[in-house]
Design a protein around this ligand. Structure first.
Ligand SMILES: [Zn+2]
Length: 124
């Protein structure tokens, strides 16, 4: 086993210090760069996570907003069956087969031309 000795007879302490300073500087530069690099990576990871978290939330909000604008949930005026339909669409009631259209976010019977549509309102 060999032990390292500060060899060859004295007076080289100056070189030792410059060597130490060199390694210290190198360490500081490497540490600084890695710190900056890691900081950048950490930041971008956080931004990425934020974006990845934000996109579904924004998407869900946008989808909900779009759905609330374009999809109407109401009840059939004939049989009171609740169903959903897109705005400005015509469809048949899935319960009673009545042709319906969406008017003012409510379902209304499609009045057939030539027939008089009488709306009966019961007032209690
Ligand atoms: Zn119906």
């Amino acid at each position: 086993m060999k032990f390292y000795t500060f060899s060859s007879g004295g007076g080289n302490s100056n070189d030792r210090f410059s060597g130490l300073r060199f390694w210290l500087t190198t360490f500081l530069v490497v540490w600084g760069l890695s710190f900056l690099g890691l900081g950048w990576i950490v930041n971008s990871v956080f931004i990425l996570i934020g974006v990845l978290v934000a996109i579904p939330i924004i998407g869900a909000i946008a989808l909900q907003w779009w759905l609330s604008r374009s999809i109407v949930t109401s009840s059939c005026p004939v049989c009171e069956h609740t169903s959903t339909a897109t705005v400005n669409s015509q469809f048949y009631c899935p319960s009673c087969g009545e042709p319906l259209q969406v008017e003012n976010r409510k379902f209304a019977r499609i009045s057939i031309p030539g027939t008089i549509d009488i709306q009966v309102e019961t007032i209690d």
